[in-house]
Design a protein around this ligand. Sequence first.
Ligand code: HSE
Length: 433
Amino acid sequence: MRNNVSIGLLGLGVVGSGVIKLIEDHQEELVHQLGCGVNVKSVLVRNLEKARDVQVDQAYLTTDPNDVLHNPEVDVVVEVMGGIEEARKHILEAFATKKHVVTANKDLIALHGPELQDAASKNQCDLFYEASVAGGIPILRGLSDGLVSDRIQQVMGIVNGTTNYILTKMNQEGVTYESALEEAQQLGFAEADPTADVEGLDAARKMAILARLAFSTDVELSDVEVNGISNLALADLQYGKKLGYTMKLIGYAHCQNHNVEVSVQPTFLSNQHPLSSVKNEYNAVYVNGEAVGETMFYGAGAGSLPTATAIMSDVVTVITNMRLGVNGRRFVSPRFRKELTPPEQRFGQHYIRMHVKDEVGAFAAISDLFNQMDISFERILQTPRTKNELAEVVLVTHRTALLNFKESMDKLNNLDVVESVESTFRVEGDAEK
Ligand code: HSE
């Protein structure tokens, strides 16, 4: 191996610039750790003339991916260009030319991770993707190294900063979803097209990757049930507050007897739950292991330098593997065939807000229905309404079978005394569990 290790960058946007800056500013730390320097030898960009906020030798910039992928001096290709098909093609080409790959691309890993991992192994190359989930938080390595001997039972994550920022503003300042989103866009947390974030898809991609590592099985993106936050009413957040809950977009992955269940949904978290204190654009991942118990990883989920630290930790691992001659071992090989938890084995606690006719016997009818469905209430709130003689009723159930809960919602909608079921949400972290 040469004295210095050279990187080829695919992309020089926010994250690519962070990688260059980190390599420059933290070269001493890298040399101390590796015993050799790390430098950037080739960078794929779209526009050679664009003004940039990092210094890169113009001779290293190229618009031809082959200048990076076939450059004999490049040992490690760092993919930070984003997108799916083009990035996938370049990464496969990098493996064909026996280069190791580090990527920050969650969309690509969520959709094509197993295929790319196979291609890496066949070519005795490494593929690492720490930066693809929760930016600067070293959660993938936390699961695959730190907790490697444990059996993980549950992973809950606030893994999308945009939605956490919006929900924090709605909760703390009582502003609507629309104005919180606008503020997030002005501050640059939310994209001009926020769909992937607010509809939960970004979080779902990250949860698929987390669940794969945590439970050692090939969870696919299509296995993740997804609900976003774009239809949230401020009224629900305010009721939640009264009940001691904070609304969060929670990625939930649960494993029991090798059956896995993964979802992303707006969730009322008890204010006692450690994730409820994660505010603004921050991310956190709460992991429950059989041996370790509760742990929580907290930090910046995005941003140039935090994401660059995750990329460089992967680069250091690749270089260490090069020294040891052990590149190409799968990051984590799935041990178990995937089995999804059957609907009848899913349980949870639920919040329900409904409009009810304010008349004698209304509550008795609702109670009867839940009684028949074997669902008991933990909390009840009723607010009289002046208009239309309707009362607003909020219930929180005890932990109950999901199938029963869904059936009871259909029946509830058909009761004469119920005008409408306005909203339902999962509830997590109450004292009973
Ligand atoms: N759009 C993501 C978020 C950051 O809001 O958390 C990149 O994963």
